[in-house]
Design a protein. Structure first.
Length: 83
């Protein structure tokens, strides 16, 4: 993958093609949105012993997460404290 080329996330995430839900599903938690945050929340809930439904209208990590640089920083806390 070259700089400015295709998205790493879109190239490496599996294709998902599941049918729409046609009946109710009973779970402890439903997470709407299968981007980085939604997937992380679903995994953490599952590790905590909960049953989880992860819902999205498209392919996982397809929207904003599909094109992110996934930069993680801790410096924002100081700025957000003032807001």
């Amino acid at each position: 993958m070259s700089l400015g080329g295709p998205s790493f996330w879109l190239e490496t995430s599996p294709e998902t093609d599941y049918p729409p839900l046609t009946a109710g599903v009973s779970v402890d938690a439903a997470v709407v949105g299968a981007g980085i945050t939604g997937i992380t929340a679903a995994v953490l809930l599952k590790r905590a012993g909960k049953t989880v439904a992860l819902l999205d209208s498209k392919r996982i990590v397809h929207g904003a997460s599909g094109y992110t640089t996934a930069k993680v920083t801790s410096g924002h806390g100081a700025s957000y404290a003032k807001i």
